[in-house]
Design a protein around this ligand. Structure first.
Ligand code: ADP
Ligand code: MG
Ligand code: MG
Length: 211
């Protein structure tokens, strides 16, 4: 009952694309302060291409959905975020395996696999002021909810809350990875754009997967 099929997971990533488009200017403004002002454009270009790829050939399984998403992001988004999000989705595809629907346990495993891909690729640690700062507490919260046997809506609510706290906690930090690290201590006082877009991914899950 508490498990989500390919159609629901596709709705999740469509909702992510919608939130990215709606917050494109915010993501760009955040990146203007500590980077090169392209995070909104990068993510919107990527997710627009992802939606087009779904139209061209509707994914038939969760793994296919995540793989198509990852391959499209890798090929359409330059900069740091394309390869990082792309790797995350490709790892999520591998973690989804042959499953036709995912329960809370599976979603926790899939999110963890995505985060591990980002860590392997980008070598950031928690506290470096990156998307990892939102995704790590989110993955921890989803793991804890799965272990406690929480229903999906409650599990995702806790996951979003953890991501938001991690995102907000990037504000005082000094960046140690990516372009923002070039600013050194001048990066402090600004919210990380990638932690902000990563939080939207989880917000979209809570909206689309708990209908
Ligand atoms: P670029 O910095 O190449 O212009 P984007 O602006 O699209 O790429 O993405 C910037 C975001 O990427 C940052 O806000 C940060 O969250 C994330 N990021 C950068 N480097 C890393 C890394 N090594 N590991 C994890 N996330 C990173
Ligand atoms: Mg940028
Ligand atoms: Mg750039």
């Amino acid at each position: 009952t508490d498990s989500v099929d390919t159609a629901a997971l596709t709705a999740w990533l469509r909702e992510f694309a919608r939130l990215i488009a709606a917050d494109k200017q915010l993501l760009t403004d955040l990146d203007a302060a500590i980077g090169d002002a392209d995070h909104g454009a990068n993510m919107d270009r990527g997710m627009t291409a992802v939606l087009a790829a779904y139209e061209e050939a509707p994914p038939a399984t969760p793994a296919e959905l995540f793989k198509r998403t990852g391959m499209t992001l890798v090929s359409k988004v330059g900069g740091a975020s394309g390869p990082l999000y792309g790797t995350a989705f490709l790892r999520m595809a591998a973690a989804a395996g042959e499953a036709t629907s995912l329960g809370v346990d599976d979603l926790a495993r899939v999110l963890r696999a995505g985060l591990d891909g980002i860590l392997a690729r980008g070598k950031a640690a928690v506290g470096d002021k990156t998307m990892v700062d939102a995704l790590t507490p989110a993955a921890d919260a989803l793991d804890a909810a799965a272990a406690a046997g929480r229903p999906l809506p409650e599990a995702l609510k806790a996951t979003v809350r953890a991501a938001e706290e991690g995102r907000d906690a990037t504000i005082p930090l000094t960046a140690r990875k990516g372009r923002a690290s070039y600013l050194g201590e001048r990066s402090a006082g600004h919210q990380d754009p990638g932690a902000t877009s990563a939080t939207l991914l989880l917000t979209a899950a809570a909206t689309a997967l708990t209908g």
